[in-house]
Design a protein around this ligand. Sequence first.
Ligand code: PEP
Ligand code: MG
Length: 852
Amino acid sequence: MRYVWDFAEHDETSLDHLGARGRMLSTLKQRGFPVPPGFVVSDVACRRFLEVGEFPAGMWEEVEAAVARLVDGLPPDRPALLAVRSSPPVEMPGILGRALHVGCDEAAAARLAAWHSPEFAAQVRLEFLRGVAAQRKVPEHRVAAVAATAPGAELEALERDVAALEELIVAESQRPIPDHPLEQLREGIQAVFASWDDAVPHRFRRRHDVSDDLGTSVIVHVMALGSVGSDSGAGVAFSRDPRSGEPRTAGVFAPGEAQPGALPHYPGLENLASDHPDNYAEVVDILCELEGMTCDMMRIDFIRERDALWLVEARPGERSSGAGVRIVVDLANAGMITRQEAVARIDPDSLDDILHARLDAPGAMPLITAGAASPGAAAGEIVLDSAEAIAAKAAGRPVILVRRETTPEDLAGVIAADGVLTSHGGPTSHAAVAARGTGTPAVTGANNVVVDVAAGIVHIGDTVMRSGDGITIDGGEGTVYAGMLPLEIPQPSEHLDQLLEWADEFRRMEVWANADTPDAAAHAKKLGAEGIGLARTEYMFSGDRLEVVRTIILTDDAKERTRALEQLEELQIADFERLLESMDGQAVVVRLLDPPLHEFLPDRREVDAYLRNAAPGSDEAAELRELLVAIDQWEESNPMLGLRGVRLAVVIPEIYRNQVLAALEAVRRRLDDGGDPRLELMIPLVGSAEEVHLIRDMIDEEVHYAGRQLDVTVGTMIELPRAALTADEFALESDFFSFGTNDLTQTTLGISRDDAEEAFLRTYLEKGMLRRDPFTSIDRRGVGKLIETAIAAGRAVNPGIVIGVCGEHGGDPDSIDFFESVGVDYVSCSPPRIPVARLAAAQAALRHGIDA
Ligand code: PEP
Ligand code: MG
């Protein structure tokens, strides 16, 4: 078994063991780029080390021989300090350990002093010790307390720091610092191997779905010294601008430094170009050659050591999401990559950054972090109820609606608000779904937010704020900030439009939208929606109409109920007409009423609070008390599994019939106006064939009575395991199945979509017992199996049945990949996710090898 390869000698068999960085440096060395002499230690050795706590037999001897070869190749007066760096199989930038200035013993210090200056030698020793302190986990503040001298200080001060730091490290770690360069190297390699198991890399791997079993290779190379006087220096350069993606060399060069430091962006390499034009030209040439080699935007880290330029790292450059899109489009237009490759390279989720406002406040500290429910940043005054949000919007003031949770009653408030913050509810809670549907940034499930509507106060973490105070939320990060922070508003991107056009060429599945209002539908259409896969009709029961709905629910008087139903029908006809008009010629799936009826009644806690404030004995108090009785009557201890969905139509048939009549009338009016309405009616929360028969018969009857043949399709929403398992029993009566994966996940896993995030899902995720939130990304093995079963059963009985997905998973790239693999015909998602879904669907089609 071989464990060590010099940069200059790797071959096909060793490639798998060099890690990403090692492979790149070795390739560049072999192609004649100015890479310092070095070698790579295999990841196999790391895995062995992590298992048994020591290097595998023979590895160390190979390392010693490789070091001897390195030192032999150097000019006699050149100090041989080594850098030890990780080279994991996938990029984990800056996350694993490293050891620099290794080999800094007394002899090396004397050489360094002779080569440059005694101060330089002391500074190098100090840097070496700082590295050892970090590897041995000496707390940073202790190191800073004894060794705070800045570079360029007097020799005496530097030497004092060296002595103090040595003493601290030995005292803290109870181990001497090795004198011998090879022993320093041994400790350095061990430290990098061991860092694989540190907490931060663990978290990174979890997040990026990298296996814990891989381990890291290690690179050892001669250190290029960028701090040998002001003539030397360190730099980072990109072949294209990492912020904008423009095709120009970008970067930074810091003279007299070993590390150029972290910059929020890269201003340019003007100083290198003017002071060292040869080096600048070399950098530009290297970048150009690298781009040609890799067909990607590249970043290099380089050191100018006196006159010589050394390339110490090369990798695909990090870039903003917008730059990423521009770069692949430019590369494809230049013929360097194919359009498929351009489409495949972009992470669909990164489009959120391009499409939504972002915070422009570097360094701002959030008050709290909670559920990232709907992307985008928003700043505004706190308002605690929807009416206030609507009034503020009308007055032109930006507002953030802060609620315990939202109900359909709040929909108009959610639409009016610039952002939404709730203390309860996960990614499929009403607030999250409504916010995504309207493109409103939202943070939900913030259990350290306490809203006191009656007092006009909200506690956000430890901070107490009042209605009217400014706050900012970032719905992509789930963060909340005090004050109204500056925002960066997204700009239209012709490169993104181009990329999405290409994606459409490769995609098989259609992308529809979950849109409840004509405005949302128009927005969805602009973003490329090919139909509405879910119009949640409960929005029609909100705002002023709530009173009418409440009458229907609460009255005992049959006449009053009929009047209220007629009134509601008229209102709904107008809504349906406008929705059908906005999607003329495209499918509009109208879902019959779904939520538990008591959701249309006011929040019990709030009524209670108002009652406490009402004058005893007043009419207001009496009315409030009556309302409380009604609320109690409809209250269910488990409403999600209660009287909702199709069950409503079994118990109170008038409500569905009323909706069907309104929808059919809207179709008739659209036809009379010369339109092309494509109404599809959908029955929610079906659990048995009998329920489908009942509603289908009612719809067919109404279509028949309508007097002329209306072309209306009827579909079943599959949201319960029983529906999935018995789908063959109602497939013939279903023109389509639409998987409501929010409820299907809830009912299959037996986990509440409203409460689970705060209660325990986060802990499951942190403990690695769940890889992803099942309400965000489909649980393939459980829910996925039910979906596959239902599709097979449905198609066996009704081969022409159309299969859609309208849960939130319809906008999640990983879930979209699954839906492609099981032959779903369309996914329907909230309008802001449409570009993401278009790209993800194309990638899924390319991955699964289906011809577009
Ligand atoms: C679902 O359950 O997936 C669905 C789309 O319906 P809702 O979210 O409205 O319950
Ligand atoms: Mg549902």
